[in-house]
Design a protein around this ligand. Structure first.
Ligand SMILES: Cc1cc2nc3c(=O)[nH]c(=O)nc-3n(C[C@H](O)[C@H](O)[C@H](O)COP(=O)(O)O)c2cc1C
Length: 221
């Protein structure tokens, strides 16, 4: 009897079949994982966005139920000068408006920074600022999201007497005495990160100016 042909696992054709088969199995696994995990990812993203909005409004409580707390936040849309409808948030206590929470974004030194600015119902006083996405340098530009720096914004006035945005991140420390009438608009600089600070000034002024939410905030003032 002739010898049965032996399976040659090192042959070119078998190596190719094995490699292609393995690639197919892996791609099916990866694609399935992506599809199965998508709803969870979207849910987590939405929960993160809601948490940031609650945090900038000072409404987040440790261990609090984000969805329940977010029930106090109403979504609205504002048409800006470009014609785009931008989603904003109104934090309410019953029927009473507590804060207007506006999305803000713009270039820092290395990256586009994205965050939220909370404004009092007077349409002028800052109640909070929070950047949730940026690529600034750790230890330098990333101080934009340091709690102690964010706290410096609370109570600052966005607009000067002429109604234009005067709020500004300065270089160094704000002179808090009678000789500096601008202190109400000024925030201490970020040490070693003046350029990121300048970016924050520009983007906050842009979004609170005529091309951003300026006309909308004016309706509250
Ligand atoms: C590796 C590297 C990373 C830097 N990252 C930042 C940054 O994220 N933001 C920033 O404003 N400046 C950054 N700088 C510093 C700027 O080049 C610039 O010196 C600084 O903004 C000036 O701020 P100061 O006048 O407060 O020192 C970085 C510099 C180096 C060398």
């Amino acid at each position: 009897m002739p010898d049965k042909k032996k399976f040659d696992r090192d042959s070119i054709s078998n190596t190719l079949i094995m490699a292609i088969g393995l690639s197919l199995v892996c791609s099916v696994l990866v694609a399935s994982a992506a599809i199965i995990l998508k709803p969870t990812q979207l849910r987590n993203q939405e929960e993160y966005r809601q948490r940031i909005i609650l945090e900038v409004a000072g409404l987040m409580q440790p261990g609090g139920d984000i969805a329940a707390l977010f029930a106090a936040v109403q979504t609205d849309r504002v048409r800006i000068a470009s014609g785009e409808d931008v989603e904003i948030y109104l934090a309410k206590d019953g029927d009473e408006l507590q804060q207007i929470i506006l999305p803000i974004s713009g270039p820092g030194l290395w990256s586009t920074m994205r965050g939220y600015l909370a404004v009092a119902p007077d349409g002028n006083t800052v109640m909070g600022i929070r950047f949730y996405e940026h690529g600034e340098t750790p230890g330098l530009g990333d101080q934009v999201d340091k709690a102690s720096w964010r706290d410096l914004w609370v109570g600052k006035h966005i607009y000067g007497d002429d109604g234009t945005p005067r709020i500004k991140v300065i270089k160094g420390f704000v002179r808090r005495d009678a000789s500096n009438p601008d202190a109400i608009h000024e925030i201490d600089g970020l040490s070693g990160a003046t350029l990121t600070g300048n970016g924050v000034t520009k983007l906050v002024r842009y979004w609170t100016g005529p091309e951003g939410f300026g006309p909308y905030l004016e309706s509250y003032r």
